[in-house]
Design a protein around this ligand. Structure first.
Ligand SMILES: [Zn+2]
Ligand SMILES: [Zn+2]
Length: 354
């Protein structure tokens, strides 16, 4: 079978390797669609800390082709999405159902082979059935959708709230879509890319701020009767926006951090003081899991897509075949053109089909 082996930093080679055989609690999935994650791009721009060669890809869907001897469910032929975290089930966090905080996890696509190949073996508990009406490329976006759900669920937004979303990339837009479903009154989308701001309006952003063009504090206080937002969600991962959250949130408001900053964050006194003077509740959100594994984030994501309540299709900006993976990564790693979700197809198709 064909596999895209990572051989060095942003160096992929398509090779023919042995088709894997599922172990007793594993299933063999024929991969149908696999997305490139922002974290994959960041790793290729900076450092790969895991073994080489590796098959990356942790956002994927496919069809179960065969199952191991001890697999309980009759999964053969089923359409599935794969949750990429394999928790240890033994540490203190796993025991309390906080799998996202596991001390000794394995990640599919970093520690073991992921979706940038024709067939991949994964544990039975990591596959989730998807409905017939979900396309494989939509299903491959359940992982980022579950990440967005984890944050929105954790912040518990209420009908009538005003929420600011920093960063209108994939996670930001998916966050906006969840927020809209919770009944918030205003969703203020913040980004420095005017294309992203314009795009975001069709997903439910009611007001926008481009901090390069106007004062973010002034604009947000104007939009909120001089109070600030009830909730700020940081999905941009920039050291500037991580601080801005602390400046534009209302007294007693909530702030959720989801974006990885990849640099030191230095807070000015005024921003830091707001944490206690304004009595903020600050939450960090990591990954997309809860108990029972893999969690409601995954189950609800699959269900809401099936019901047509989440628009994923329009977020896919580029489609490549597996043999074109180097071109796909070059485009994102070198920012050769503007992109959103880049999808890879191991078969000779370019997605869209069910
Ligand atoms: Zn991801
Ligand atoms: Zn654990």
């Amino acid at each position: 079978m064909k596999a895209a082996l990572l051989k060095g930093l942003n160096k992929f080679e398509i090779e023919t390797i042995e088709k894997p055989i599922p172990k007793e609690h594993e299933v063999l999935v024929k991969v149908k669609a696999v997305g490139i994650c922002g974290s994959d791009i960041h790793k290729m721009q900076n450092e790969w800390k895991y073994e080489l060669p590796m098959v990356m890809g942790h956002e994927f869907s496919g069809v179960v082709e065969s199952i191991g001897s001890n697999v309980k469910r009759s999964l053969i032929g089923d359409r599935v999405v794969v949750a990429p975290l394999i928790p240890c089930h033994e540490c203190v966090y796993c025991e309390s159902g906080k799998y996202q905080l596991c001390e000794d996890y394995t990640m599919i696509g970093s520690h073991r082979y992921g979706g940038f190949e024709e067939y991949v073996t994964v544990p039975e508990e990591n596959v989730i059935n998807i409905g017939e009406s979900i396309s494989f490329e939509e299903a491959a976006m359940i992982e980022p959708l579950a990440v967005a759900a984890h944050g929105v669920m954790g912040l518990d937004s209420k009908i009538g709230d005003i929420v600011a979303v920093f960063g209108l990339g994939t996670i930001g837009i998916l966050t906006v879509q969840w927020l809209r479903l919770t009944g918030v009154k205003k969703i203020i989308g913040i980004d420095i890319d005017s294309n992203k701001i314009n795009e975001a309006k069709k997903y439910g952003v009611t007001d926008t701020v481009n901090p390069l063009e106007e004062s973010i504090e002034k604009k947000i206080f104007e939009l909120t009767d001089n109070l600030g937002v009830d909730i700020a969600i940081e999905c941009a991962g920039s050291k500037i926006t991580e601080e801005q959250c602390l400046l534009i949130t209302k007294k007693g408001g909530k702030i959720g951090y989801q974006g990885i900053a990849y640099s030191d964050i230095l807070l000015r006194q005024r921003a830091f003081e707001n944490i206690f003077r304004r009595e903020y509740t600050i939450n960090g959100f990591w990954n997309s899991y809860s108990a029972p594994f893999p969690g409601k984030e995954w189950i609800h994501s699959a269900k809401f897509i099936e019901q047509g309540k989440i628009n994923l299709k329009d977020l896919i900006s580029h489609r490549f075949q597996l043999t074109e993976i180097q071109q796909a990564f070059d485009l994102t790693v070198n920012r050769e053109e503007s992109y959103n979700k880049v999808m890879i197809f191991p078969e000779e198709s370019k997605g869209d089909e069910k």
